[in-house]
Design a protein around this ligand. Sequence first.
Ligand code: DC
Length: 671
Amino acid sequence: MYTTAFLDLPHLTSAGGTVRLPGSKSISNRVLLLAALSTGHTDIVDLLDSDDTQVMLKALAQLGCRIETQPDGALRVHGLGGQLPVKQAPLFLGNAGTAMRPLTAALALLASEQGGSFELSGIARMHERPIGDLVDALRQLGCPVDCLGQEGYPPLRLGDGAAHALKLDQPIRVRGDVSSQFLTALLLALPLVARQDVVIDVVGELISRPYIEITLNLLARFGVQVRRDGWQRFTIPAGSRYTSPGLIHVEGDASSASYFIALGALAPASPGTDGITIEGVGLSSIQGDIRFVEAARLMGADVSGEANRLHIRRGAWPLKAIELDCNHIPDAAMTLAVMALYADSTTTLRNIASWRVKETDRIAAMAAECRKFGATVEEGVDFIRVTPPTTWTTGSIHTYDDHRVAMCFSLAAFNPAGLPVRIEDPKCVAKTFPDYFEALFEVCQTPEQAIPVICIDGPTASGKGTLASEVAQRLGYHLLDSGALYRATALAAQDAGIDLDNEPALARLAAQLPVRFQDHRVFLAGRDITDPLRLESTGGMASRVSQHPSVRQALHALQLSFRRLPGLVADGRDMGTVIFPHAQLKVYLTASAEQRAQRRYKQLISKGNTANIDSLLADLKVRDQRDTSRAVAPLKPAEDALLLDNSDMGIEPSVQLVLSWWQGKTVFSAR
Ligand code: DC
């Protein structure tokens, strides 16, 4: 997951390969709650691991539900059988609507029946998302519900500690035209108290019906058959009881699939691929958003599929503008708004009023951000109309703490103007798809020169390793510590008993160096060499190994292979001069030999090693001399490098300076 302040997506040109989707959010949170309310335990396979499911898991644990991971990775939920072992708890539900609504209904009913009191709250945005219609329905039933802030909005107090008889004789009336989640919440909760037939009447036209179908489908899996008369009346039969199905598989998320369906529709297939394949969700999905496939086809996508898999290729190009009622695919329809940027004329998405009460006001958000690319956008109470840009521009995309806004606009990186796209707060995708950008980069391609490289060269102990790794972290870029490759070669030579003057043997070794970088550790042929790699003696050997032209040549291709999406920070001696001569930013870092010796001394002492400052200084000068005077790729600043003497500078100011230089090189600098 990218936890950076922003993520710059280079311009992307093609896509191809297979994506495995994380589990469906809607199914995951419903299944978790049903499993917790059931009798017996349920093993859940492929559960989504994201912010919204974490929130639900934590709440269930607080309510006394035992949850454990099985050796095969499944999550085992021990059902409470409809009984509350904990009768009082404050539950914080973040911004997870799929936790707030059903837990409100279930806990209001259980607290009234069994005597209990629960306080449900969330982040500020959650307290702006209406829940009044559900509260009204629960009050009709006789449940004490208090809105602790504004009437009709969370936070809520459910129950007052005492038991109350529920009024189940009359049909329960609930509005269906604001959010289908109110009806879902009642459908999930009422079987807990259905000693008699319980009838729910929907007032107003029911929106987002496919989500109700998911709910009914899952209720049936847990042993409750709801009778449905059209979409107006639902009856929960007397004597309904939740029983665990034992094992349940969560499908991949069909809303998440929409980004990759769109990707396949708008990106040319990468050479050697046949477009995009999506695994984990297919044409027999129970999720309503699978019908995004039909909308994408209308726009020109070539989509074929099987029960659990989809294949997408570019069909019509440019995409075809559409006019569509999107009530049945409210979440996935946002993706259509971005596809509309690539269409041949104006696209109108209608009947999307529910967008206004989601994670953010999504109509306003999509309109504002589409305009950053030069599109003309008209918005109404319940529609959005997008006319594609005649001249594409780009911008820094504000994401409103809304995962879908972030995922949608990543697709703008295929713009015909060749412009990069900046996504602010990329970690907001954690709500449903924490590794979205990793998955995207995995299947996207772009010419190598479009992938940015920042080079940080300098002498030994100048602090370039720390600086490079910090800069890489702030930008979400990959890191190449090229010195580590020479050091690893030296260690491998030592292991194999190869003399450091035996150039041909060293070059053969370097050409097939079995080195691997993982989680800040370095492995040589599977052995963890992170600590020996950093020894002074290893640095000295590396300096000798690196003199040999054929060793340098042997490591060249390996170094180039670190240039991957979304970008690279490379540190060493010749990053800017030899390996990446066309890098967008080159920094040459220096500090006086005395300063560097001091730093190395402190570093060694802090790690519990003994050190002598005079001999460190002498060693350093010898290595400087050798690195700068060697025949090939001597240490020197590239002509276009920016010099940074950090003798009197701490690490953070150096990082900030380099980041500001970088910002000045990007198209996002005029903010
Ligand atoms: O940066 P370092 O101390 O880990 O580098 C170890 C040695 O490797 C250094 O003395 C010179 C050599 N080196 C090189 O020649 N070219 C590079 N790009 C990086 C390191």
